[in-house]
Design a protein around this ligand. Sequence first.
Ligand SMILES: [Zn+2]
Length: 80
Amino acid sequence: MTLVVAGNSDGVYGRCDAKCHNATEPECHCICGGRFHGKGSGTAELRQAIEERTEEVLTALRAKGISFHLAEELSQRSLF
Ligand SMILES: [Zn+2]
């Protein structure tokens, strides 16, 4: 599942999706900054990271002036 897609008028800056969540390499180049890295798609660990750290990821993107959109599942949460 794609969690967050970041981009501006120039195009897609990056995305956080299953490629990141299911990564086995420790290095993360994803927009989540490693917060959701290697947690495993659909696992409780990933869900917990989403609960606790999505706000951080979005704050970091905003700080860089990068616009983004969230997976529908996330944008429906009362948190946002
Ligand atoms: Zn990621």
